[in-house]
Structure formats: structure tokens, C-alpha cells
Design a protein around this ligand. Structure first.
Ligand code: IMP
Ligand code: MG
Length: 334
């Protein structure tokens, strides 16, 4: 069956870390990445750090097969570089019908005033998506440089599911950046909901049994658009909540955890589990803790209160950068 990992706020919730952890401890045979290069996942594992824009975060488990989805958009140079950095050649494949972003798409976006006004990452993703809709975009099979990486991902994944294997699907960005369900026009060029993610890989809703919505212990947003309860960069700095974008290096805007948005994200994504990352940003003594009982009392209360208000079990709690800095309550709660 399929597990979908998706973001519940505006991206940068820590999906990479959660997907990496599940890669190690989830019993998955394969992981498939959706979305495109505007979204970056930072992964820290045993002293190494990767900034991933295409390779699935579960690559850290060498026994997992890796796919890039048919509905995703790749950049050839980024892909080849990441495959080298992650040493995944031989177990990663790219769907032959995934779209390819070229230099010209980046150049087209650079001149676009509308994109400037929403704070785009200017990675060419929207421009390439528009061409795909107009049926002008070149697809992966048209590029010789990646000939040896191509596959038909959907039938391969469906075969694995039919054999009873578990598949991890890594979404990108967050629900409120969704083209349909987000804060339009301050959104990205795709549907970032669990259903949208699923449509990119070529499997049906009945193949999904777990949807894990990831929230950070506070909200961040890069680019323009509404952000309720936004606090000044100075205050964010004082509270230790300053972050920068993985792809663009931009300072992220900061707001407190938003329960109303979280509830909405849980409902629209039909979440079966919730992951909360960066608990240590709110409670310093939570840093690196890997057992529920060792969390400070206030941190436990924060999680219990959230769980009650969200109405879905909080099964994974991140307490530090490393993939393994995680409290895993799946056995107790599912
Ligand atoms: P674009 O999709 O790159 O054009 O960006 C549109 C909006 O989505 C901008 O506000 C970006 O900052 C935001 N955005 C796109 N991808 C990500 C991401 O991975 N994390 C956070 N924000 C993103
Ligand atoms: Mg990110």
C-alpha cells in the first residue's frame, strides 16, 4: 500500500526529515518523489547534510528503490548532480513522461512581473508547467543524457503494491501553497494536496492507506501572501525561529502554530497521522530526545493539546536536525 507524506502549512515543515526517517524505519520497498525543483528538502543524517530537490529523501536507506514521478518536472543538471551526491545511480529511475525544465523556462520567469509580486522561487517550474498544459513541453525520454535512467514508474509501482509491498510517496511544499486549495494567487503551480500528489504518480486512492501530514511546531512562509499572526524578524530571531529557504536562501517569515489551518489541512488531505517537527525550537530541553517519556512536561502538554484539537494521532515528533532525532509513537497509537 501507499503512504503519502505531505506538508500541512506553506512548505518547509520538515517533510524531508520525516520521509528520511520512514525510509529507515517504515518497511518501504520504494519511495517516489513528486513536485519539482522549486521545493527543497534538507536532510541531515549521521553528520552529513544534503539539500535535495529531486532525489527522494528515503535514499539514505540503500535497500530502497527510488522513482521520480510521471507528473513531476525535472532539471537534467540538478538531477545528475544529486544522483552523484547521493550515490543513487543504479537504484533511481525517472519516469520517461516526466517533464523537463530548460534554461529558457527560467529566463521566461525572470521577466514575469506577476511572479515577482507573489515571490516566486523563479526556478522555471510554473513556465514549464504552463507549456505542459499547452502540450509543448519536452519530456524526459527526449533527452539522451538521461536515457539510462528512464522507466515507466506507474506500472512498476502498481506491481509492487500488488505483491504486497509498501510504497512511500514524498510530496512537496504545503497545502496552502496549492494551486487549488491554497491562498491563490500566492501559490505554486501545482496541487500540493495528498490527492494532487497521488495524481502525479499514477495510482488510485484505494492504494493509499496512510496519509501523514507534516506540521512544524511554528508556521513559516517564504514569498508573499497572507500569514496570520506574523511576527517581526527581530522577534523571530529572539525566539530562535529564524530559518532560510533551502533553494533560494531567503529569510522565512514566521508565525505561531495555526490550529485552524492545521485542522483544514488534516481534513482536506484526509490525514491518518500527523507528524510535528522542530519541537526543540519551542522547548530547548526537547532537543535530541527520542523517547516520549523523556520530553519536558510542557512539550508533552503542547503535543497532547494539539492532538486533541486536531483530532488525528500525532505519531512522529521531530526533536533535532538528524533524521534519527525522532520520537516514534506509531506502535502505541495506530
Ligand atoms: P513558485 O512556485 O516557485 O513560482 O513560487 C510560488 C510561491 O510558492 C512563492 O511564494 C514561493 O515562495 C512558494 N514556494 C514554492 N515552492 C516552495 C517550497 O518548496 N517551500 C516553500 N515555499 C515554496
Ligand atoms: Mg523546503
Amino acid at each position: 500500500m501507499i503512504t503519502i507524506v505531505c506538508g500541512g502549512f506553506f512548505g518547509d515543515e520538515g517533510k524531508g526529515k520525516v520521509a528520511g526517517y520512514l525510509g529507515l524505519r517504515g518497511g518501504y520497498s520504494a519511495s517516489i518523489r513528486t513536485g519539482s525543483v522549486n521545493a527543497g528538502h534538507t536532510l541531515t543524517y549521521r553528520g552529513r547534510v544534503w539539500k535535495l530537490r529531486l532525489v527522494p529523501s528515503a535514499f539514505i536507506n540503500k535497500d530502497i528503490r527510488l522513482f521520480i514521478a510521471r507528473g513531476s518536472l525535472i532539471r537534467i543538471d540538478t538531477l545528475l548532480k544529486e544522483i552523484e551526491e547521493t550515490e543513487t545511480r543504479g537504484r533511481i529511475c525517472v519516469d520517461r513522461y516526466s517533464g523537463v525544465i530548460e534554461k529558457r523556462h527560467v529566463e521566461m520567469e525572470a521577466l514575469d512581473e506577476k511572479l515577482r509580486s507573489i515571490g516566486s522561487t523563479f526556478q522555471g517550474v510554473g513556465a514549464a508547467t504552463a507549456e505542459r498544459v499547452l502540450r509543448r513541453l519536452k519530456l524526459a525520454w527526449e533527452f539522451r543524457e538521461i536515457e539510462d535512467l528512464l522507466c515507466d514508474s506507474s506500472p512498476e509501482i502498481l506491481d509492487m503494491i500488488e505483491r504486497g509491498e509498501e510504497i512511500l510517496v514524498e510530496g512537496t511544499q504545503g497545502l496552502f501553497l496549492s494551486l487549488y486549495h491554497g491562498t491563490y494567487p500566492y501559490v505554486t503551480s501545482r496541487d500540493t494536496s495528498a490527492a494532487g500528489i497521488l495524481s502525479e504518480i499514477g495510482a488510485g486512492p484505494k492504494h493509499v492507506d496512510q496519509v501523514i501530514v507534516v506540521f512544524k511546531s511554528f508556521v513559516t512562509r517564504v514569498g508573499e501572501g497572507p500569514l496570520e499572526g506574523e511576527i517581526s524578524p527581530e522577534d523571530a530571531e529572539k525566539l530562535g525561529l529564524i530559518e532560510r529557504g533551502t533553494v533560494t536562501g531567503r529569510l522565512r517569515r514566521v508565525a505561531p502554530f495555526n490550529i485552524e489551518l492545521a485542522r483544514k489541512a488534516v481534513r482536506i488531505n484526509s490525514a491518518t497521522q500527523v507528524a510535528i517537527t522542530k519541537l526543540d525550537a519551542l522547548y530547548r530541553e526537547a532537543r535530541g530526545v527520542r523517547e516520549w517519556g523523556k520530553l519536558p512536561r510542557e512539550a508533552r502538554r503542547f503535543i497532547e493539546d494539539l492532538e486533541e484539537r486536531i483530532g488525528v494521532p500525532i505519531t512522529l515528533i521531530g526533536t533535532g536536525e538528524d533524521v534519527e532525532d525522532m520520537i516514534d509513537l506509531r506502535k502505541e497509537k495506530l
